[in-house]
Design a protein around this ligand. Structure first.
Ligand code: 13P
Length: 340
């Protein structure tokens, strides 16, 4: 393991004015996205869609890395049959890979999950490195409910995240550590703060225990926000202030960057929140994005499965990428949306 190479990759992923495109939807999730635009999910339609995103002109101005799914890292461009990892790397975009096997029901628990995928992970990582992956992602899911999350759920997920991170670093791959506290529910922002802080603190305890080199990792957390079904929604300034406070109370300064997930927030709100977060500080880490839905929703709609709408899809994707890139340096405004 080359410690300096891990740090360099982690830092490159959070270079100023850049963030990550999460395009690692599993087959089940991408089918749901395609259902919403009336497109059948086949190996070919998935390749065509990802090809549209990955060939968007000058995406590398705003995108530092792309997280791929197992199927996608083995696919190639439509024009020229260039393997997707090479197509990205040739543009200066770092290829990454989702390596977890999904959140499964936690035994002896009700409504809680633990993310699986550690068995055979060392061998799979070797395979992914040969295919060009330089960073990875593992998503743990924490649900807020009446008597949950339990310590059993948080601890099981934190332990798995730390074992995944250690295996990644052994393979020379930067682990993105993603403990997502879901926004589903009618809980208050204060409850989200408390659960997110407890989760992050447990995750870092486990990362230390498993000897993970923190400066060769990135954190991918949720923002601290009101539950999606809560009658009172905290405003942008409150979200920014409470998110930053939560991170300051949990995340070691050695971590080079924090790349938020969008988690179901609308496109523009995810951008506004990131921008407001970056007006605060100074902070020890770079704060950027690793959005899935908030970077792709408009592009999916504009493309709608039609070859003739490929350029429209790319423009919609590039627009969101540029808006979020501005938000990483607190230079986004609503005016920038309108001007574009
Ligand atoms: P969203 O931004 O759509 O939440 O997706 C990010 C992601 O990669 C979740 O694991």
């Amino acid at each position: 393991m080359d410690r300096n190479a891990l740090t360099a990759t982690a830092r490159a992923l959070v270079a100023p004015g850049k963030g990550i495109l999460a395009a690692d939807e599993s087959s089940g999730t991408i089918k749901k996205r395609f259902d919403s635009i009336g497109v059948e999910s086949t190996e070919t339609s998935r390749r065509t869609y990802r090809d549209m995103l990955f060939t968007a002109p000058r995406a590398n101005d705003a995108i530092s890395g792309v997280i791929l799914f197992d199927e996608t890292i083995r696919q190639a461009s439509i024009d020229g049959d260039i393997p997707f990892p090479k197509l990205l790397a040739d543009q200066g975009i770092i290829p990454g890979i989702k390596v977890d096997a999904g959140a499964k029901e936690l035994a002896l628990a009700s409504g809680e999950t633990v993310t699986e995928g550690l068995d055979g992970l060392r061998e799979r990582l070797t395979d992914y490195v040969a295919l060009g992956a330089r960073f990875a992602k593992w998503r743990a899911v924490i649900t807020i409910g009446d008597a949950i999350p339990s310590d059993a759920c948080i601890d099981a997920n934190a332990h798995a995240l730390a074992r995944y991170a250690a295996l990644c670093q052994e393979a020379g791959v930067v682990p993105i550590v993603e403990p997502e506290v879901l926004m589903d529910g009618d809980h208050t922002i204060e409850r989200c703060f408390e659960v997110t802080r407890r989760t992050l603190q447990r995750v870092y305890e486990q990362l230390y225990a498993q000897r993970v080199q923190l400066d060769g990792t990135l954190l991918k957390p949720n923002m601290v926000i009101s539950g999606a079904g809560a009658s009172k929604q905290a405003d942008v300034e409150a979200v920014a202030a409470m998110t930053v406070q939560c991170l300051q109370e949990s995340v070691p300064a050695a971590v080079p960057g924090i790349v938020f997930l969008s988690g179901g927030q609308s496109d523009q709100l995810a951008t506004a929140h990131l921008n407001a977060i970056n007006t605060l500080g100074p902070l020890p880490w770079r704060l950027s994005f690793s959005y899935g839905r908030a970077l792709q929703a408009a592009a999916l709609k504009a493309w709608a499965g039609a070859d003739s709408r490929r350029t429209a899809g790319q423009e919609a994707f590039l627009h969101r990428a540029r808006m979020n890139a501005l938000a990483t340096t607190a230079t986004w405004t609503e005016g920038a949306e309108a001007a574009a």
